[in-house]
Design a protein around this ligand. Sequence first.
Ligand code: NAD
Ligand code: WQD
Length: 349
Amino acid sequence: MKKRKILVTGGMGYIGSHTVVELQNAGCDVVIVDDLSNSNAAVIDGIEKITGIRPMFYKEDCLNKSGLEMIFEAEEGIDGIIHFAAKKAVNESVQKPLYYYRNNIMSLINLLELMAQFGVKNLVFSSSCTVYGQPDHLPVTETAPVKTATSPYGNTKQICEEIIRDTSAADANLNAILLRYFNPIGAHPSALIGELPNGVPMNLVPFITQTAAGIRPELKVFGNDYNTPDGSCIRDYINVVDLAKAHVVALDRMISGKNKQKVECFNIGTGRGLSVLELVETFQRVNGVPLPYKIVGRREGDIEQIWADPAYANDELGWKAQETTDDTLRSAWKWQMHLAENQKKEAES
Ligand code: NAD
Ligand code: WQD
């Protein structure tokens, strides 16, 4: 039987690299397109070490349509595409809105046009729980209204979702699954791939691991005066390998014709809300490392609490988050130690 061929844009990035591993584990041929603007060429070595297979890799910017077209020509018979390639830093998007709108929206448009040109029918799109803002009801379901975006980054996700819906409505061949990720954390249990934050991390878990490793003096916990049991914000932290597996089942659903609508949307979260202080406590307990932290004022733009109702993904996709928070935070720490070892080796050589 012919192996499924999956094109993965942004496949060298954090979530993309974990998904490439799961696709290869599921027997797919993977073609990665990434411009390495927020990732490292060595990521492919980690993928190869884990799976024994080196995926095809094209260093290309999705904004370069003719370059992308050559890849579609060279890689005939693509069964599906996962589109991760995007800029994702909320603060940076406020400073450079046009850069974000161009990168995130034009990349998608180029891809959709080439999908139509080359008869590629199935798309999985990386969306985000950010589209819900602060939901009126918790846990949040996929039917909750999309709230006005609070950043250009968030707005690109909303606009991209709409572009996909409109394009699929006009094109009988195009199926899409929008996966709304909650907060992805952790790393592959092998510690051969993980998150590579650029500069000072904005996200909680990389900041925690860098603080525990002594790279940052202390974690600032943004606010303990929220209307939550311990006063800190609540999120739904999803293990990145669990998240990666959701992409494999989403693609399978479309390729095997089991999708019920041309465009479907799923929450990808655990269904559990965890506060910042609970996460900090769990990290210290499971890894046996101290984490200096202090409570500071609220961070502008933060929502108070959100966690997923993943029932629709559980029932329809047959996907469910499996990993415990304890194991996920162990994997995050193992990855940080791996990065430190690599840096030490580089400094010595
Ligand atoms: P990442 O930055 O690690 O990965 C994105 C990859 O895309 C990088 O390797 C980067 O080099 C590449 N890329 C960016 N623009 C490109 C372009 N124009 N052409 C080719 N390659 C390009 O980010 P991630 O955390 O893995 O996120 C992947 C996707 O998931 C993004 O679309 C992001 O918006 C979305 N998402 C992420 C989170 C999160 O918290 N990490 C949450 C929700 C949604
Ligand atoms: C989590 C919690 C902070 C850092 C962002 C994007 C969102 C999505 C995921 C892509 C919050 C607190 C954090 C720190 C802290 N990305 N915190 N000290 O804000 O939920 O979501 O990433 O789509 O769009 O906005 O994630 O990891 O930044 O913060 O106290 O140094 O940790 O206040 O409550 P967030 P995060």
